[in-house]
Design a protein around this ligand. Sequence first.
Ligand SMILES: [Zn+2]
Length: 129
Amino acid sequence: MSREADLPRSIRRGPLITIGCECGEQRRLHYGERWTCEKCGRTWNTRRIPLEEYAALRRTQLRYRRVPLLIAALSLACVVVFIVLGRAFAGLIVVAFALTAWSMFVHPFYKRRYREQLAKIPTWKIEPE
Ligand SMILES: [Zn+2]
């Protein structure tokens, strides 16, 4: 684990990588981790995956996560503004309306795009150590 220290934090927290051992065992690992298969003793090192390709994948994931966060922050800001104006009830109605519109019309479309992007996750062929 200590060998992960030289990797950027963002990479270490990236999407899990599924390693399929030649004997059929599977394990999900973070980038930078090594795994010795319990069944056959082969050792797999996720660092054999090109870092730049993995980083591109991580960037896609982060880009898609930013939007819902942004929407949540905007909704909150909206409520605060209406509360400051003394119109808390009106503010709640506006936000409730916006969130409903988001979940009914935008979110399904957005989710599909996200899944399509992640479905493009490349498969790497790495050799055991
Ligand atoms: Zn194995």
